[in-house]
Design a protein around this ligand. Structure first.
Ligand code: GLC
Ligand code: CA
Length: 549
């Protein structure tokens, strides 16, 4: 029997690019594809294997490209199709695959299909979307859209409401219609033909909605649709595919990422990222991080998916605040805590994602005024809460902690004008700390967050225990220390990290003092107790050790 080849993405590290904010090449203040091509050397030096590119398709940019008006063309703001082909080709030379972002739950209301669909009920495209009869002013039901307001919008031409889970400009596609599914498959095959390395599937758990039953995610036909999608497209190539699923449990995740490849390579779920919000409330309703619960949650995902599925490992993306500001310390211990968080994440099983600027320890931003913010979700929240009687200061506090714009300020390349992002005026202001935190400085400094990420990424390539090792959480009830082992037939790796700004002793079983140090975030060696059974961890200190079994 031939042994099954391990898929290439099992030891890959993915880098996420938010194109609007990565690198501008023509001075219009907006990042673009040519800008990315110019930074491929940087990405190769970092050591990543694939770039997940947030949407660059034609779009009115109501939700920064997650509202697509043409899946088979590039928005002029980012370049054109031949730039995209060049990016795929050039990236390949740097051993980097390009992963496209597929938004299949909805299109833009300016997509050709929707412009036809709303002309009349007999139009062949009408059924591409989700419509309900009704009377103007009386919504079919009380469902709300994710960015605020009702999930229904009236169209007088057809005397019907259409359904939108996100903004009014993002009408939901009707996956019940086989013609819609076929169009989507053909479009995906067309991109596969162009040599892309894979796809990230936006809010994919919401495609099988059933609004009459108030069902948004995990609809009854979801996995039937996904298996057909995978069969008709992804399985014809050697791709990495990752499904974004806010509503996944470990059981559902095993379906998404079954090793038999019937759906996707992996799931991108958020259970660990929503712990510091008030129970049953919105992400804007802040709560302290329940650290012990966080550890148990991550451990649960590690253990339950072991051998049965595959997870994405991430702290950051374009929808989340910066992790060093959120769960680290972006002041005195910025460098130490950014590295500590990276050690914890990269030591686990799954595929690590690095969101642009995370490798520099970029932080949240605090713009003085709401007019500095651009994100539709943030702006709607501000308006809604103001109308709802909240104090301005309270709303701004939530925005400083949680706005998606925290992740969307321009990439900090240098201490030069606009952080080297553009020669023009950036579409969103640069974080003023770019004079200290930027790629140029960090590349020169061997102790920087940047070089630490490089080293971590390389370790994954050279130590199979990162990929296959079985996870075991140590000290589950400890309020300050995050510690675990990973064990395969040959090696055992230990991660042991202080999650706080105070010293903390980490008890061990004594076999670790002479183990090989894989990576450590302080200049001097860690301090051991005299009996060799405890590491005396400094604030945010993290060590990763490895020994032969
Ligand atoms: C996903 C995207 C987010 C977008 C939403 C609607 O969650 O990551 O940026 O707003 O889907 O497409
Ligand atoms: Ca540009």
């Amino acid at each position: 029997m031939t042994e099954m080849k391990k898929p290439w993405w099992k030891n890959a590290v993915v880098y996420q690019i938010y194109p609007k904010s990565f690198q501008d090449s023509n001075g219009d203040g907006i990042g673009d594809i040519k800008g990315i091509i110019g930074r491929l050397d940087y990405l190769e030096e970092l050591g990543i294997d694939a770039v997940w590119l947030s949407p660059v398709y034609c779009s009115p940019q109501d939700d920064n490209g997650y509202d697509i008006s043409d899946y088979q063309d590039i928005d002029p703001m980012f370049g054109n199709l031949s730039d995209m082909e060049e990016l795929i080709r050039e990236a390949k030379k740097h051993n980097i695959r390009i992963v496209m972002d597929l938004v299949l739950n909805h299109t833009s209301d300016e997509h050709r299909w929707f412009r036809e669909a709303k002309k009349s009920k007999d139009n062949p495209y009408h059924d591409y979307y989700v419509w309900r009869d009704g009377v103007e002013g009386e919504y079919p039901n009380e469902m709300k859209a994710a960015f605020g307001g009702p999930a229904w919008e009236w169209v007088p031409e057809v005397n019907q409401y259409y359904f939108h889970q996100f903004s009014v400009k993002q009408p939901d596609l009707n996956w019940e219609n086989p013609k819609v599914r076929r169009e989507i498959y053909d479009m995906i095959l067309w991109w596969m033909d162009k040599g892309v390395g894979g796809f990230r599937l936006d809010v994919i758990d919401q495609i099988a909605k059933e609004p009459d039953r108030m069902i948004t995610n995990n609809g009854p036909r979801l996995h039937e649709f996904l298996q057909e999608l995978s069969r008709e497209t992804f399985q014809k190539g050697d791709l990495i595919t990752v499904g974004e699923a806010w509503g996944a449990t470990t059981e559902i995740a095993k379906l998404y990422s079954d090793p038999d490849g019937s759906e996707f390579s992996m799931v991108f779920q958020f259970e660990h990222m929503v712990m510091d919000q008030q129970e049953g409330k919105e992400k804007w309703d802040l709560a302290p991080l329940p650290f012990v619960r966080l550890k148990k949650c991550l451990a649960k995902w590690q253990n339950e998916l072991y051998g049965k599925g595959w997870n994405s490992l991430f702290w950051d993306n374009h929808d989340l605040p910066r992790i060093v500001s959120r769960w680290g310390d972006d002041g005195k211990y910025r460098v130490e805590s950014a590295k500590m968080l990276a050690v914890i994440l990269h030591g686990m099983q799954g595929t690590p994602y690095v969101y642009q600027g995370e490798e520099l320890g970029m932080t949240n931003v605090r713009f003085p005024d709401i007019s500095d913010y651009k994100d539709i979700e943030t702006l709607n929240l501000y308006r809604e809460r103001l109308e709802g009687g909240y104090e301005k200061e309270d709303i701004m506090r939530s925005i400083y902690a949680r706005s998606r714009d925290n992740a969307r300020t321009p990439m900090q390349w240098s201490a030069g004008p606009s952080a080297g992002f553009t020669t023009g005026t950036p579409w969103i202001a640069v974080n003023p700390n770019y004079t200290e935190i930027n790629a140029e400085e960090e590349r020169k400094d061997p102790d920087s967050v940047y070089h630490f990420y490089r080293k971590l990424i390389r370790l994954r390539k050279t130590h199979p225990v990162f990929v296959d090792g079985k996870f075991n959480l140590l000290l589950p009830e400890d309020e300050r220390i995050f510690a675990y082992t990973r064990t395969d037939g040959m090696h055992q790796m230990l991660v042991c990290a202080n999650f706080t700004g105070e010293a903390a002793a980490c008890p061990l079983d004594g076999k670790w003092k002479d183990a090989e140090m894989l990576i450590h975030n302080y200049g001097e060696d860690p301090a051991w107790s005299d009996d060799g059974e405890r590491i005396m961890l400094k604030p945010y200190e993290a060590v990763m050790l490895c020994r032969k079994l």
